[in-house]
Design a protein around this ligand. Structure first.
Ligand code: RP5
Length: 169
């Protein structure tokens, strides 16, 4: 495998999304998965958005991750231009008055035929998007299977060690 070639492209609709979306990048980094990250908007830069999707797919990206807030259509538009799986993260944009529920419904409620795998709103979704993308890739790249297993073991062991800690009854 060419380790310098991104397997995953992370896209976000605005620089104001970066604070949450950087979580996706840092989880992918912890799994050692090559990825790229960029800002592009389905409504402000629609032509560039499509060009990015095509370019990165041509260059070998196998999963797209899109985070956007408000009437979030970045994931849906991306999904319409690629046959690769698209994961959407609804964001609680500072400009929104609906706490991310607007983006949740926009990302989740894709009409039948063009799916977007929609994660939770915000940071939990950003984190899970990375893990889910690794799960998609793990069938093809077995080294990721063992990293996923190690990750699960770590989650379990962390909780077990807390269970053994002292709690006031
Ligand atoms: C969406 O609108 C972006 O994803 C962002 O979450 C939201 C607000 O964008 P800005 O006004 O911060 O650029 O397109």
């Amino acid at each position: 495998m060419d380790s310098s070639k991104p397997l995953i492209l992370i896209m976000m609709g605005s620089d104001s999304d970066y604070e949450v979306m950087k979580e996706t990048g840092s989880v992918l980094k912890s799994f050692g998965v090559e990825h790229a990250m960029l800002i592009t908007s389905a409504h402000k830069t629609p032509v560039e958005t499509v060009e990015y999707v095509r370019k990165y797919e041509d260059e070998g990206v196998e999963v797209f991750i899109c985070g956007a807030g408000m009437a979030a259509h970045l994931a849906g538009v991306t999904a319409s231009y690629t046959l690769m799986p698209v994961i959407g993260i609804p964001l609680d944009s500072a400009s929104s008055t609906l706490g991310g529920v607007d983006a949740l419904l926009s990302t989740l409620q894709m009409p039948g035929g063009i799916p977007v795998a929609t994660m939770a709103i915000g940071k939990a979704g950003a984190k899970n998007a990375a893990i889910f993308a690794v799960q998609i890739l793990a069938k093809k790249y077995p080294y990721l299977q063992s990293r996923l297993q190690e990750y699960r073991d770590r989650l379990r062991n962390d909780l077990v060690s807390k269970q053994q800690g002292k709690l006031e009854a």
